[in-house]
Design a protein around this ligand. Structure first.
Ligand SMILES: Cc1cc2nc3c(=O)[nH]c(=O)nc-3n(C[C@H](O)[C@H](O)[C@H](O)COP(=O)(O)OP(=O)(O)OC[C@H]3O[C@@H](n4cnc5c(N)ncnc54)[C@H](O)[C@@H]3O)c2cc1C
Length: 399
């Protein structure tokens, strides 16, 4: 097994690196390095720059803006984006609903939605989870009843990320309540401006507004917004969730944050030496670096095996990458909190806008405590780590 990149892949990596260096606006790069929250404009701006270059949707079919890159090139591209560090293209558009419409949507849906998704002219959000349907997603209860050439949608979604910005939501809805759980579900595209759609914020432990509840009260949705066949939505959801897990180790993000961690730990502290000179703290950083290197090798082994895979099924090894990748991201956020030290005190946390307004301490300290709290999410979304362990037990260990 050869884990080295070919000369052509190294040239490609350098091309992506140079592009990020030249094209990423400095203000966005600085926010990313400082771990400040991005606003909607930052994400739209960067995705449009990528789209102008032809790189917003590299894994889509060629006719809809894809690049034809293989898995290794996609990996290199994502890692360079994360190392830049540049924002991720909006995953709801690019990695979730886009590929579903490209694979299963009608020609009219492809023409209407895909170019606008790639350019982020429409912001999409994901309406899968419900109050009693998260890990057990197939228990979802939101209904869509056919009435002439419309569906009438009633129910509630939850944890809907950035729904406050969204023009459209892609939803799993129950179209046949009499069928077995997985067999009565359909995949429906709903205009967020439709009468009867209400978005209510959920304020999270970091004080931010990243997730929402979305309510549907007799919302009329044209039948032309059904993707694929009625009651086949579960198949499309499985396809989507398989895509969601690929690249979830986010090794480039961890590398970039580790770089930031070392930089901040090297800063002289009031009344003391830099934390990096404390051998116990330096040992913690070294341990993370070793684990990250091991994860990178595992990721490259999976990619190397992928080069020879004939089928398109998600490799169950991606569950290992998800668990280990999210654990490392959380460990790094904990070490960043150690670097902040007393500036993460509760009175700092009580400020109105914790992400952007550090009231005490150095400017760099402000976002680190909210970042720590926010990053608890990575072991939950994309399929919680416990669910990933179940997948490993069944698919890899045969239990
Ligand atoms: C920040 C954030 C953003 C999100 N964004 C979106 C979004 O945009 N759209 C969307 O649709 N959803 C979103 N989600 C929802 C996410 O997919 C669910 O939170 C996740 O699937 C877990 O479901 P749940 O919250 O209902 O927890 P539950 O499924 O109730 O699980 C609770 C606990 O029990 C454990 N557990 C459950 N079942 C098992 C089992 N069989 N074996 C072992 N342990 C088990 C879980 O691991 C977890 O620890 C988001 C979640 C978060 C935290």
């Amino acid at each position: 097994m050869d884990l080295r990149f070919t000369p052509e892949e190294i040239a490609f990596r350098d091309e992506v690196r140079a592009f990020c260096r030249d094209a990423l606006p400095a203000a966005i790069r600085e926010k990313m390095i400082a771990l400040r929250k991005l606003d909607k404009d930052d994400i739209v701006t960067w995705q449009r720059i990528l789209n102008a270059k032809g790189w917003a949707v590299p894994h889509w079919p060629l006719e809809w803006g894809g690049t034809g890159w293989d898995g290794v090139k996609l990996y290199i591209f994502r890692e360079e984006m994360q190392l830049a560090p540049a924002p991720e293209a909006l995953p709801f558009n690019v990695s979730m609903v886009g590929p579903v419409i490209a694979a299963f949507g009608s020609e009219a849906q492809k023409r209407r939605f895909l170019p606008r998704m790639a350019n982020l002219d429409d912001w999409w959000c994901q309406g899968f989870s419900e109050p009693d349907a998260g890990s057990d997603l197939a228990s979802l209860k939101t209904t869509a009843r056919r009435e002439g050439d419309h569906y009438i949608v009633n129910g509630q979604k939850t944890w809907t990320t950035l729904a406050q910005y969204a023009d459209w939501i892609f939803c799993l809805v129950r179209t046949n309540p009499a069928a077995k759980k997985q067999e009565g579900i359909s995949f429906l595209l709903i205009d967020m401006k439709s009468p009867g759609v209400t978005v209510r914020p959920i304020v999270t432990i970091d004080g931010g507004r990243e997730v929402n509840e979305v309510f549907f009260d007799d919302v009329r949705v044209p039948v032309e917004n059904l993707v694929g066949d009625e009651n086949k939505g579960w198949d499309y959801a499985k396809f989507l969730l398989g895509n969601e897990r690929s690249g979830i180790a986010r090794i480039g993000i961890s590398k970039a944050r580790l770089r930031r961690l070392k930089q901040l730990a090297a800063v002289e502290r009031a009344g003391g030496r830099p934390l990096l000179e404390d051998p116990r703290f330096a040992a913690k950083i070294a341990a993370v670096e070793v684990e990250l290197k091991a994860l990178e090798m595992t990721q490259l082994r999976v990619l190397s095996a992928d080069r020879h895979r004939k089928d398109n099924r998600p490799d169950p090894a991606s569950s290992i990458l998800k668990i280990k990748g999210s654990e490392l991201q959380q460990t790094i956020s904990e070490l960043l909190l150690e670097v902040v030290g007393p500036y993460a005190l509760p009175d700092q946390m009580a400020q109105e806008d914790r992400w952007n307004e550090p009231p005490v301490g150095p400017d760099w300290a402000g976002p680190l405590a909210p970042h720590y709290f926010n990053w608890r999410k990575v072991s939950i979304y994309g399929g919680s780590n416990e669910i990933q362990k179940n997948i490993i037990a069944k698919a890899i260990m045969g239990l």
